[in-house]
Design a protein around this ligand. Structure first.
Ligand code: 5AD
Ligand code: SF4
Length: 451
């Protein structure tokens, strides 16, 4: 058995891609290992969304080169591959800057890894594969095998046509592509048969999904979710990430009508200022976003909302930032991610003249994060005393303990729940701790296990 070490950076899409690369390399005799030291193959699956991504990769490659040299001195060999969005953006530059790298493979081309490895073995030198489009990728991938847990991910859509002025995704991941419905349904069935009880549908812009259906029509995400809800053994569905512009009536309705669709929505807004939203090319106003939130809540009153925010976008004034704070107060988030604007070369916003000084960005980020974390704490505290269903996913730190998630995606740990991993069980929430909830089982283990 050859050892494969994959280090994953960035989003859930990359986590999914890393698992698929492991599946792809399994027939070549590679099994995953947790440390790079004596690996035969190392893949850095990279993310390019914020600054210094490439520099981080180069310093990681410097460390790997030492391991590779040491291995060679002992008569072994280590193949080093750079995959993901930095690979797409930097391409041949990586091979030029770090000669320890053997392979560079973009997100649309990694199904060709086995072929590239074979080419390398034949002594053809470095291999570079970052051509788009490669919509054949999904067809070429083997079934999802490595590590199907109770909560699985399934990529249904890739790429983005939105061109937000700060974002590299349309350049690194290419235009929108939706996988055919039949392929998605088959993969979901397979995941459920392997023990998945929850599936999160992934896409850079997942609610823009428009996949060729089984009836010759183009299916939107709501229809796909409706069909997936019938998958035997599947108890929960989620999807991420969504764009406000693509939040259609039928998708909002799905939150009311489809029981297995969890009451959680990650709906990035980025800013609460109309001027900044326009400069970001987000194609909606703050009021339109708030109206959308209202409609989602009418459909599913208990829905937990999450978002992404950028502070310090070029030209952002104190008043613009205050508008973001007001929007956050108006919505009340259960969870959120916030970032300082980082200029990504090649994107329109990077060329804007009014860049914001770092100390201003820091202060705004701190204020925003304090507000968001107070909202998160309030949301979690509001769950204390309630009985929530929890899908237990893995063992906890303490003996016999298990960790799972509520419908609202909060992590919960419960003593004595280890035998319930892979099940959805009612749990009484005793307390909200800083990063998780403490739960107790509502019935004795024996009673749960006979059901
Ligand atoms: N600077 C800061 N944050 C960014 N994001 C994307 N591009 C940038 C950037 N250039 C954030 C957005 C997006 C999330 C995935 O990353 O908030 O929703
Ligand atoms: Fe980037 Fe905007 Fe597309 Fe999201 S919607 S991936 S932020 S371009």
């Amino acid at each position: 058995m050859k050892k494969l070490f994959i280090k994953t950076y960035g989003c859930q899409m990359n986590v999914y891609d890393s698992a698929r690369m492991a599946d792809l390399l399994a027939p070549l005799g590679y099994g995953r290992t947790d440390v790079p030291d004596d690996a035969d193959m190392v893949i850095l699956n990279t993310c390019h969304i914020r600054e210094k991504a490439a520099e981080k990769i180069y310093s990681e490659l410097g460390r790997l080169k030492k391991l590779k040299d040491a291995k060679r001195r002992e008569g072994g060999a280590m193949t080093i591959a750079v995959a993901g969005c930095v690979a797409q953006a930097e391409g041949a530059e990586i091979l030029a800057r770090q000669n320890a790298v053997d392979l560079v493979v973009g997100p649309q081309s990694y199904h060709r890894l086995p072929e590239m490895i074979a080419k390398l073995a034949r002594g053809a030198g470095h291999a570079l594969e970052t051509d788009f489009p490669a919509d054949a990728k999904f067809d070429a991938l083997p079934e999802n095998n490595a590590g199907v847990g109770p909560a699985a991910f399934l990529t249904v859509q890739e790429g983005c046509d939105k061109f937000c002025s700060f974002c590299v995704v349309p350049y690194t991941r290419g235009g929108e592509f939706s996988r055919p419905v039949a392929h998605v349904l088959a993969e979901a069935k397979d995941l459920a048969a392997k023990g998945a009880r929850e599936i999160t549908l992934l896409g850079q812009n997942v609610n823009a999904y428009r996949g060729p259906g089984t009836d010759g029509e183009i299916w939107p995400l709501a229809r796909l979710i409706g069909a997936l809800a019938q998958t035997e053994g599947l108890q929960r569905l989620r999807y991420t990430t969504s764009h406000p512009r693509d939040m259609s009536d039928d998708l909002i309705g799905a939150h009311r009508d489809i029981g297995v669709l969890m009451p959680y929505l990650h709906l990035p807004v980025q800013s609460g200022s109309d001027g900044i939203l326009q400069a970001m090319n987000r194609q909606h106003t703050a009021a339109e976003y708030l109206r959308l939130v209202e409609r989602v809540r009418e459909a599913r009153p208990d829905i937990a909302l999450s978002s992404d925010f950028i502070v310090g976008f070029p030209g952002e004034t104190d008043a613009d930032f205050e508008a973001t704070m007001s929007l956050v107060r108006a919505v009340g988030y259960a969870q959120a991610f916030s970032f300082k604007y980082s200029a990504r070369p090649g994107t329109p916003a990077a060329a804007a003249r009014k860049q914001i000084p770092d100390d201003v960005k820091d202060a705004r980020l701190q204020a925003l994060q304090a507000l968001l974390s107070a909202q998160q704490d309030a949301f979690n505290a509001g769950c204390a005393g309630r009985i929530l269903s929890v899908l237990f996913e893995k063992p906890g730190r303490k003996e016999g303990q298990a960790v799972g998630r509520t419908p609202y995606l909060q992590p919960v740990h419960a003593d004595g729940a280890a035998p319930l991993i892979g099940r959805v069980v009612d749990v009484r929430i005793e307390a909200a701790l800083p990063n998780s909830l403490k739960g107790v089982l509502t019935r004795t283990l024996e009673k749960v296990l006979v059901h």
